[in-house]
Write a protein that binds this ligand. Sequence first.
Ligand code: FAD
Ligand code: NAG
Ligand code: NAG
Ligand code: NAG
Ligand code: NAG
Length: 597
Amino acid sequence: MSSMAANHRRGAGGVSPAIILWCLANAVMMISIAVAMPPQNPLQCNATGCTLYNSYGVWGDRKVCRSPRAVFPTTEEELTAAVADANRKKEKIKVVTRFSHSIPKLGCPTNGVDTVFISTERYNSTIEVDVANRAVTADAGVGLRALIDRVEGEGLSLVASPYWEGVTVAGVVSTGAHGSSWWGKGGAVHEHVIGISLVVPATAAEGYAKVVSLTAEDPLFNAAKVSLGLLGVISKVTLSLEPAFKRSITFNFTNDSGLENEYIEHAKKHEFGDLQWYPSKNIAVYRYDDRVPLNTPGDGVNDFIGFQSNLVLLTKTIRATEKAFEKRRDFKGKCMSATTFMAAKTLMANGLKNNGVLFTGYPVVGRQGKMQTSGSCLYTSPSDSLSSCAWDPRINGLFFYETTAVIPAANFGDFIRDVKKLRDAVKPESFCGADLYNGFLIRYVKASAGYLAPPVDSVVVDINYYRADDAVTPRLSQDIWEEVEQLAFFKHGARPHWGKNRDVAFVGVQGKYPGFAKFVAAKKELDPDNVFSGEWLDEVVFGKGGSGVKGDGCALEGLCVCSEDRHCSPSNGYFCRPGVVYKDARVCTYLGTNSIS
Ligand SMILES: Cc1cc2nc3c(=O)[nH]c(=O)nc-3n(C[C@H](O)[C@H](O)[C@H](O)COP(=O)(O)OP(=O)(O)OC[C@H]3O[C@@H](n4cnc5c(N)ncnc54)[C@H](O)[C@@H]3O)c2cc1C
Ligand SMILES: *[C@@H]1O[C@H](CO)[C@@H](O)[C@H](O)[C@H]1NC(C)=O
Ligand SMILES: *[C@@H]1O[C@H](CO)[C@@H](O)[C@H](O)[C@H]1NC(C)=O
Ligand SMILES: *[C@@H]1O[C@H](CO)[C@@H](O)[C@H](O)[C@H]1NC(C)=O
Ligand SMILES: *[C@@H]1O[C@H](CO)[C@@H](O)[C@H](O)[C@H]1NC(C)=O
């Protein structure tokens, strides 16, 4: 307890005026929570067709994602009829959800190919809990929060989930989404799947579509665990559960020395442990997160600060400030912002609330269903518009990249050592751009038999950093983020999180999964005519087609690795150069003199 108090004092000592402002804004925000807007529907249809957006409103290549029509089945029968109809008409199918929170263009059709969007938005009515066998079966479109609340109501808990609850059951397993754990079945949700049923194309004699139900014994099951929407439409998912439990969480804001050695021990000691690393500040935040019995006192909630509603005005101000720092090449300004946000996160324990309202001290103990995932900015009234999720594309708010590398556990220490070397070789301020988001968020997933899942125990690192409003503007520390990205994916063998990342993260992805050929064979068996296909998947995942031409500025947005200066932005002073620590990296380095720090 005393070290916690010390942490608080340290946190509060920093930039008091800014923090007071921030806390004031938050107090106002709490009042305004009842008057905010939920995210827009990602699928917007009118008389001329439908446009699919992701949660940030912009795809990696900034192009639109369209199909002439969408259907909204509500039952398995309607879903089967929709697949049959498309198959009979020789249309392609893309499955979309009411959240569309994957960042790459997984859900986008091939341009000019007749495709129908099948939305699971209205296919969300059934959640069947089998208490005796500790399992739940849900319709594909059921939201994670609805599923968790239902399961907890029956005295059971879902052990693994992503930290963000604005996702569907089928969407989560399709991209290998995860929380954090090396214990039991591990942190990835698909490892808790014990049954999955898919609607797949069939012959005319079979009625053009059929339901295939897979369980663990089935040879196709390992293909279906993580399937990127390529095998068919997932109709129902069955997840294994455990008796309800609570969690006890303490964040230790400490220095980052030894991080590269301690990450393994940390995961072994704490069932749901994770780490946040703020390289510019030499700070690591160890999350001590353990299962405790249901009768442990405490009614805490994890309302992660980054997923709370923010005043639109405050969000716009933060974005405008960040843009101004970028424009002035003001590293120090970014670092000050990072300090302010970190102090606030320290004070507010990243959003943990002991009694559901306020943070009053560690540990925070609460039910698994209240601690495992959050997303309070989702639940607000559509009629008002004072606050929203910070990245809501309608408000010109936060706009950033999300690089998520799934690094084999054995390589992760060396990855951290390389990043530390890079930090020490350049100015540590170069890293402030990530530290004003969540730094490096580090989580754990276990080896999986899934063909498109990591075959070895892995450590997942998430990094958010500034993205410019337009595609041609480079960012501060452009070279740093590219070198970190290439260190992870090209030097240390990272696999990309399928639901995040820029295109460069997917280079050579076929060779990174020993089961890749088996996945392709399973697809041939279930979907021989490639009804479930899309341009991005064909080009990026299967390495087919594509022009192969690298456009001017392509490295800025992670659409390529630069090999010529024009892939960067010579007119802005950015040229293609080797990395600082990783000499094989090719990054867009600023060689101008227009620098104030
Ligand atoms: C703010 C934010 C926070 C996030 N936090 C985390 C996190 O903590 N951990 C993590 O791992 N990920 C996280 N993610 C990523 C997110 O969890 C995944 O991308 C997830 O897959 C999104 O689910 P969705 O329901 O929105 O699916 P979508 O993005 O709509 O779909 C994903 C893919 O699955 C396919 N698909 C969806 N439903 C079906 C179906 N019924 N049948 C067949 N194919 C289907 C789609 O075609 C598409 O290819 C986060 C993303 C955001 C934006
Ligand atoms: C339909 O939506 C598209 C894409 O948003 C837009 O370009 C088009 O003008 C709209 N058409 C009509 C008739 O509203
Ligand atoms: C299904 O979705 C609708 C709105 O999209 C929601 O109101 C309803 O509660 C959801 N049902 C379940 C069981 O989650
Ligand atoms: C926090 O971590 C440091 C090591 O980095 C350790 O010495 C200290 O005891 C930890 N504090 C708590 C409250 O566990
Ligand atoms: C970091 O913390 C450890 C353990 O608490 C301590 O031994 C070490 O001296 C600290 N390093 C720095 C640079 O403060």
